[in-house]
Design a protein around this ligand. Structure first.
Ligand SMILES: Cc1ncc(COP(=O)(O)O)c(C=O)c1O
Length: 380
């Protein structure tokens, strides 16, 4: 049987990982500055993560949400404390798209309205509602195009206000820091305006922190740099450090009722053990403070590299912009210099999403290797 061939692959077969390093079947060691797409938050095979998962596996790996699962409350308590969102409610699911799907559905249930405001270049996943609020017609099938969604420019509020005035908007959805569409941090003014407009027109503000959350920006959620609160926050990726888990944080004004939302696997014992381990390591190793300081230093150092036009982002979610395509640099970094990096919809941008405990030596090594790659390809 063939695999459904939808992924362009690097010619690398990984066999194991250790913190910010991954190893292939040829004996090569790579720096993972891509974090497997912002997923590896506390490091590959972090000892505390292994211990928590192994212990949980020996006890019970799964039971459905038809019984109480006390470790869910342990996650909720720790998450509430670290994120400063203690008063919100937590619903577990299994992936980013599923978190977005539930957030949109809940906003529509709560408001009784059906339209959603989304933003150009935004990415929210590939399931029906999530892909409908994603600004990429290439990944929307006709089946997905029945939703009532309008796309707006970031940093412009006039068209957003016009749609809200029309009266049927259930939610505004925006990424805390834009990822797939090209790293971009929305301004505080813009995010605060969205907050105010959502309140005025009784729509919910959904902030998608699937990529930018769980400490990646140097605060627990990226929108906390802008001093606003979201009605619903979507989470996944770094939440499980590779274990498939997602969730939404839900404002108290949104009331639960039996059967309103549900899932077979969401919040299972193993997923919760993985999430709890991530939260404990973020707290114990003071990773948010590390990411804030180290990320700012790295950003300045990267801006000095030859050919770099600008560096966007916060903490360890950075986009390095060149005024030429980065395809060859990225390939050389991976295959000759053993450094894995990410791409975005911007062909001139390298996206960095490393583990949150990446150290100075690794950061310096990347600055050096990037400089050499750009020079050796005679791009400047
Ligand atoms: C901001 C954002 N939202 C949603 C998703 C979808 O997450 P998943 O692939 O887990 O469904 C992604 C994935 O890249 C994302 O970056």
């Amino acid at each position: 049987m063939n695999l459904f061939d939808v992924y362009p692959l690097l010619p690398i077969t990984l066999t194991h990982g250790e913190m910010c390093r991954v190893f292939d079947n040829q004996g090569n060691a790579y720096y993972d500055l891509y974090g497997g797409h912002a997923v590896i938050s506390i490091g590959h095979s972090h000892p505390h993560y292994l211990q928590r998962l192994q212990e949980q596996m020996r006890k019970i790996g799964y039971y459905s949400n038809s019984v109480g699962i006390p470790i869910q409350q342990q996650v909720a308590d720790k998450l509430g404390k670290l994120s400063n969102y203690d008063e919100h409610q937590l619903f577990f699911c299994n992936s980013g798209a599923e978190a977005v799907e539930n957030a949109l559905k809940l906003a529509s249930f709560h408001t009784g309205k059906s339209e959603v405001i989304a933003f150009k270049k935004g990415f929210h996943g590939r399931t029906s509602g999530a892909v409908a609020v994603t600004d990429n017609p290439k990944i929307q099938a006709p089946f997905n195009q029945c939703h009532q969604v309008s796309f707006h420019e970031v940093e412009q509020v006039d068209t957003v206000r016009e749609r809200l005035e029309a009266g049927n908007v259930a939610a505004i959805i925006i990424e805390g820091i834009r990822g797939v569409g090209g790293i971009y941090v929305p301004s505080s003014w813009f995010m605060q305006s969205l907050r105010n407009l959502a309140d005025k027109y009784e729509a919910l503000l959904i902030i998608d922190e699937i990529q930018s959350g769980f400490g990646r920006s140097g605060k627990f959620f990226a929108h906390q740099h802008q001093n606003i609160k979201a009605d619903i926050i979507t989470m996944a990726k770094g939440m499980g450090n590779g274990f498939p888990v997602g969730g939404i944080l839900i404002d108290q004004k949104i009331k639960a009722s039996f059967g309103l939302l549900g899932t077979t696997y969401g919040g299972n014992h193993l997923a919760c053990a993985a999430t709890l381990a991530v939260l404990e390591v973020i707290e114990e190793e003071e990773l948010m403070a590390h990411v804030a300081t180290a990320g700012a230093e790295w950003k300045s150092a990267l801006a000095q590299c030859p050919g770099v036009v600008s560096v966007e982002g916060e903490g360890f979610m950075l986009g390095i912009n060149f005024d030429f395509p980065i395809k060859d640099i990225r390939r050389q970094l991976a295959l000759d210099r053993y450094i894995l990096t990410g791409v975005s919809a911007n062909p001139n941008q390298i996206r960095l999403l490393p583990t949150l405990n990446l150290g100075k030596a690794s950061m310096d090594h990347f600055v050096d290797q990037l400089t050499q790659a750009v020079k050796s390809l005679e791009l400047v």
